[in-house]
Design a protein. Structure first.
Length: 189
């Protein structure tokens, strides 16, 4: 059994922003694998389904990014899912818009949603990081950057990356992060 968490912010004003890449990706996974309806639970929206032989819960915390860990720990405790069976999908400003990276553990890279999850369940979970690019010029414009929408060209690249993650998430669940990373690397080459 796995818990796949997509990070984002609730509310219509955030729907297509860079910070909501995690929400967009779990929505694509839910659609691809025919998950059940989203339900309000654990301070989030949760859907249940199967990916290959695995029972999977998809979670979109509705606590805003900085408090994502509150929702994740509630779902993980209820379903008795340990960090090594949790996958968090999130935006990463240190990666270009055309990049996808996966890893287990590591630092937060300044991402407040990851910091929150780390403080609740440790950092021993898997992460799929989807590039959203870095703000040009002044680093102080980070908040405006992550809450901004994608250009048409960026949105096309992002759509392809979301599709790649959804199409290959079963590899991560079945064979682990290295196999998933290898497959992504081949597709992105």
């Amino acid at each position: 059994m796995f818990l796949i968490v997509g990070l984002g912010n609730p509310g219509a004003e955030y729907v297509a922003t860079r910070h909501n890449v995690g929400f967009m990706t779990v929505d694509a996974i839910a659609e691809k694998y025919g998950f059940g309806p989203w339900r309000d639970k654990f301070d989030g929206l949760i859907a249940e389904g199967r990916i290959g032989d695995e029972k999977v819960y998809l979670l979109k915390p509705q606590t805003f990014m900085n408090l994502s860990g509150n929702s994740v720990v509630k779902a993980a405790m209820f379903y008795k899912i340990l960090p090594d069976h949790i996958v968090v999908i999130h935006d990463d400003m240190d990666l270009g818009i055309d990049k996808i990276k996966a890893k287990t553990g590591g630092g937060s890279g300044g991402h407040n949603g990851i910091k929150s999850i780390d403080s609740h369940i440790t950092n021993a979970y898997h992460r799929v990081r989807i590039g959203v690019g870095h703000p040009s010029g002044n680093d102080g414009d980070v908040v405006n950057h992550v809450l901004s929408r994608f250009s048409k060209i960026e949105a096309e690249s992002l759509g392809k990356n979301i599709e790649i993650v959804a199409d290959n998430i079963e590899i991560l669940l079945k064979d682990g992060v290295p196999a998933f990373s290898n497959k992504i690397g081949m597709l992105k080459a």
